[in-house]
Design a protein around this ligand. Sequence first.
Ligand SMILES: Cc1cc2nc3c(=O)[nH]c(=O)nc-3n(C[C@H](O)[C@H](O)[C@H](O)COP(=O)(O)O)c2cc1C
Length: 203
Amino acid sequence: METIKLPEFEDNKPIYFKELLNKRHTVRSYKKNKPLHLMDLSYILWTAYGFKKDGGRVVPSAGALYPLDIYIACGDIDVREGERLPKGLYHYLPEMHGLKILKTNDIRKDIAKAALSQMWMAEAPCMIIITAEYERITFKYRERGIRYAFMEAGNVSQNIFLSSFNKGLGCGIVGAFDDNALKAVLGIKISHEPILVMPVGYK
Ligand SMILES: Cc1cc2nc3c(=O)[nH]c(=O)nc-3n(C[C@H](O)[C@H](O)[C@H](O)COP(=O)(O)O)c2cc1C
């Protein structure tokens, strides 16, 4: 399957951490026709699960096992240079800071339906889905590994919140969904269990 290298992003706007935390809240209403910049999505994905300069990751992981995967479902997203990231479902590849194309249709409404019909989600230009492949961590930590994966997803989701607000965007967080319905919509590897869906867009 085809892959896309994500663009370099800027992170030069000084902001007090306290101010950023004061801004953060769950956004459930998005501007419908205002697309994201791919550069901003690139930044948000890096803050979610990217590699740092020293070879480590932006989030801690029990035993450095990194059981999570990040997927992105989007409509058409504008890039600053005028290119477009076509609608579809993508798998974030942290090693190359890129995206692997999995689907070329817009599945946002189907995701919202699987999330107990929280249709406000589908207004966001992009949804970030955090999944866990538990075997990657339970082989070492047994049942406790599941707990560790949830904690890691919490770290990832807070980074997504803060980087979204730092870019003047808004973001939501959804844990209420039918697991099987969502997995059927995504059609990803069966062992990748969805934990959270995070719509991202302009407030
Ligand atoms: C694990 C988790 C699951 C959540 N699931 C949903 C959800 O399915 N739908 C929703 O509208 N909000 C959901 N929320 C958002 C909470 O309702 C929200 O964080 C809370 O009301 C506090 O508001 P704030 O985030 O604006 O501070 C979820 C939050 C968390 C942490």
